[in-house]
Design a protein around this ligand. Structure first.
Ligand SMILES: [Zn+2]
Length: 217
């Protein structure tokens, strides 16, 4: 049994896999990213090359997470739990190579004010995405902040704080949907000074740029 059959059989013991399938390890993906493309006949799993040497148990969890997405199911397995633990620990080994003085200054201000200086500095980059004002990627331990926030320290700090909460609180996962904004996340975000007013200002940044909608990832 190969890794796809094994993942499928554990996830859906009563079904048989009808699709043709393929697994590709690619050097073009960012570290530990993965995706699945699918049609009614065919599944194509593309995994970052970094996955290749990782233990099979963890790779099975990853494949099962992707299968849950394809088949819109919400099945939990031990492998998925182990996979999620692995993803949450990746920041410990992710190389820290990307920094920027303005982003770093923002991170340090907030780390002192809201996180008791407990967070380790992640990779930080400016992004030119048109829909996202900020994001945190667990796999590479990277905070990305939209270039459009460069001019406003207040808004930059507010979005940075959101991404730092992601880094600190990680996510709670129950199968298909990982919850990234849980109750504690929302409480702490609301407690940020002048949060409501800053939210409104962010929306006007978004409108001015004619963005479809704001997505703080
Ligand atoms: Zn978020």
């Amino acid at each position: 049994m190969d890794i796809i059959q094994e993942s499928f059989a554990q996830l859906y013991p009563e079904k048989a896999l009808q699709h043709q399938y393929l697994v590709k390890y690619s050097g073009r993906f960012k570290d530990f990213n993965a995706q699945v493309r699918y049609t009614p006949q065919r599944l194509e799993f593309r995994l970052s090359r970094k996955w290749r040497p990782i233990s099979k148990d963890i790779q099975i969890g990853l494949i099962q997470e992707l299968l849950n997405k394809v088949f819109r199911t919400n099945v939990r397995t031990t492998n998925i739990d182990v996979y999620n633990i692995f993803i949450k620990k990746l920041h410990l080994v992710a190389p820290k190579t990307k920094s920027d003085p303005l982003l770093s200054a923002s991170f340090r201000r907030l780390n002192g004010q809201f996180f008791a200086d407990l967070l380790e500095e992640p990779n930080m980059v400016w992004g030119n995405g048109i829909r996202k004002l900020g994001s945190y990627e667990y796999q590479t331990d990277t905070i990305t902040i939209a270039e459009s926030l460069r001019g406003s320290q207040e808004l930059l700090d507010y979005v940075m704080h959101h991404e730092m909460l992601h880094k600190q609180l990680k996510f709670s996962s129950n199968g298909r949907r990982a919850c990234h904004h849980n109750a504690e996340f929302k409480r702490r975000e609301r407690a940020y000074p002048h949060a409501q007013q800053l939210e409104r200002q962010l929306q006007s940044v978004v409108r001015r740029r004619r963005w479809m909608r704001m997505l703080v990832g």
